[in-house]
Design a protein around this ligand. Sequence first.
Ligand SMILES: [Zn+2]
Length: 237
Amino acid sequence: MLYVDKTGGAPNIYVEAVGIMKVTPDTPQDYDHLPPEIKPPLLEDLTEKQHGLCVYCERRIHARENGSGSRAHIEHWHPRHSERGKHDSQAAKEDDKLSIEYRNMFACCDGATGDGEQCCDKKRKNIELHVDPAEEECRRRISYCPGSGHMRGADSDDGAEADITVLNLNERQLVANRKSYISEYLRRLFARCSGGSAKTRNELEKEKQRILALRQWPEYGGIILAMIDKRLRQYGG
Ligand SMILES: [Zn+2]
């Protein structure tokens, strides 16, 4: 799962559209009643903030026609129609309120794993999640295991484990592709790192800064950065 820094807030065009909706008489305050023309620029903004990666699986996504990876769509972390909301009017009101909150929206992949299986929001549907990608702690709660290629929850973090299952992040083909991409990426990086700890630290730091400066991160960029940080800590960086 990718940590997405939302502290910069929503784009002006979105803030204005929500503002207009709120003062328009007899207009329900929910996602379905936002002007449709606001959704493509909103999706572009979200995809940009996520450096072209799906918020859950970190595979490549694009917001416009003809980009690489899969076509992105807007995903609501707290579902627009939660199970609770079906039976509880207060919960349904909360669903509506969160459905227009920028902090609750992310860009997500098409969910195809190449195995006929599905992942990410296509798999989770309206099940509520526990690990919030807008919170920095998501990096600590869900991590990558380089040996198996699996995602795993932190010790005793049942919520994180549940999310990995609900999002199907350890689907067979997804795991195989992820493991092969990341291990090749790190193999090339670490091959440049021989020749003493100062040189290694320097190369790792250089690569980290290079990725951070990119508009589009490499696929699984959040995981790769976490692996670089882990290695840097071993070198006292
Ligand atoms: Zn995905």
